[in-house]
Design a protein around this ligand. Structure first.
Ligand SMILES: [Zn+2]
Length: 248
């Protein structure tokens, strides 16, 4: 098995050795955002990080620290959510990617756990591909990064994402927290958002167990269901990367 290591823990000589064996950089892209009562606020970054870890076990390379600063999607009205503006996000994405590719990584995996990251990737990745035509840049969310090869659905903290969490980090998922009883004190400043800021498919009643979610009932989630989706993504990407490295 090719080795994989955490980027931030390596010394320069170790990086030279590792990149000569496995020139793959895996970068999980997430953010901090309210993900219902049962999931951690770092859910999207944790999902991307654990998926990248599984991928790195098959391809080797380095795992970058999660990009925790993201945005987009309208959940910034929920407490414990940190959105940055598009210019800040795309600048960090483009500059860090460019640096990694210029240091000699031949494969860059930009694995986004938060679906609105797609827009930031679409704004940055075509230019990177033009600048580094010999590199393989795989970019997208778990629902898009494999193109048509894998058909999995996304949602927000509902059945799909909860299933991914149960498969990847069950110790951080608490289905028994999906209870009734909260009130408007859960909002920033205890002020619920105005009607025109309420996405019609998101649950805005804090007393509801499925508060802040969008999608099918999270209580129908299962590790088996999540595992099926993640395994397909990891299988497809690892085959793509290993083919590329074996036949440059
Ligand atoms: Zn999410």
């Amino acid at each position: 098995m090719p080795p994989w290591k955490r980027y931030e823990e390596l010394r320069p000589d170790e990086l030279e050795t590792l990149i000569a064996q496995s020139p793959v950089a895996h970068w999980p892209l997430g953010l901090l955002e309210h993900h219902g009562w049962h999931l951690p606020i770092g859910f999207d970054g944790l999902k991307a990080d654990r998926t990248c870890q599984r991928l790195a076990q098959r391809t080797g390379g380095v795992l970058l620290p999660v990009m925790w600063w993201g945005g987009g999607g309208g959940h910034d009205i929920f407490k414990w959510t940190h959105y940055q503006n598009e210019a800040a996000i795309t600048t960090m994405l483009a500059e860090t990617s460019r640096q990694l590719l210029s240091y000699g990584f031949r494969v860059l995996v930009l694995m986004a756990g938060h679906y609105p990251w797609q827009g930031f990737l679409d704004a940055v990745v075509p230019t990177l591909r033009d600048e580094f035509p010999d590199a393989l840049i795989l970019a997208g969310t778990e629902a898009t990064i494999c193109g048509d090869a894998v058909d999995i659905q996304g949602d927000h903290a509902a059945r799909e994402e909860t299933s991914f969490g149960m498969a990847l980090f069950p110790e951080l998922v608490a289905l028994d927290a999906l209870t009734t009883g909260r009130d408007d004190s859960v909002w920033p400043g205890s002020q619920p958002p105005p009607a025109d800021r309420r996405h019609p498919k998101v649950e805005f009643d804090p007393s509801a167990p499925l508060f802040a979610q969008m999608g099918e009932d999270a209580r129908k989630a299962s590790a088996e269901h999540g595992e099926k989706g993640i395994a397909q993504v990891v299988d497809h990407l690892s085959r793509t990367i290993n083919d590329y490295l074996n036949n440059p």
